[in-house]
Design a protein around this ligand. Sequence first.
Ligand SMILES: O=C(O)c1cc(=O)[nH]c(=O)n1[C@@H]1O[C@H](COP(=O)(O)O)[C@@H](O)[C@H]1O
Length: 224
Amino acid sequence: MSSPVYIAIDTPDLDRAQQLAGEVRHHVGGLKLGLEFFCANGHHGVLEMAKFGLPIFLDLKLHDIPNTVAKAIQSLHVLEPAILTVHAAGGRAMLEEAKAAAGSGTRVVAVTVLTSLDAGDLRDIGVSREATAQVEHLTDLAREAGLDGIVCSGAEVGIAKKRWPGGYFVVPGVRPAGGRLGDQKRTVTPRQAMDAGASVIVVGRPITQAPNPDQAARAIEATL
Ligand SMILES: O=C(O)c1cc(=O)[nH]c(=O)n1[C@@H]1O[C@H](COP(=O)(O)O)[C@@H](O)[C@H]1O
């Protein structure tokens, strides 16, 4: 069975991205390419990374009016991403059109509440609910809109999965016990995320900033 770990290759440098993927390719289940990589390297960069033969998770967190998001997704067809992110906060019509615009081999998943936000940050943007309640609310919206799943923290994935047993659950913001949090605020360990029901976990800096990324990926795999 392939690993549930997607490595977040967050770098603008294609050479570095290829080096990292080459080092960890046997101990991860897929490659996540996000805004930092895509803004620097575009389609060409994604196609180069696809040569490793691992599924590509294109994390562009699209969030705009429905027509713009749908057209953007059509322009990504050629990249055949296995997973693509949009923001749930874009609303029902945007989510429906995003799914309709995606290729049949692409799972479209909605980011609910970023793992870098806590209750205070949510209040700042006018959300008075706790993170868990907001994730539950947006999980229902994503399911109703016909998406494939959601992105949430490991603290909420258990409850989200109860609401949507057939959903696909992406959990980023995971940290090995004692690992540096950086800008992440709602973190759990990789094992806790899997036990709670994650379909895949996303791990970036704990692997990419390690002195030996392959060893770090193996160590995480060994805990699962
Ligand atoms: O959609 C995501 O992947 C995502 C959603 C979220 O709520 N939090 C989050 O950290 N991510 C992504 O997951 C990765 C986490 O990286 P590290 O914090 O370095 O492990 C980054 O690439 C983020 O863009």
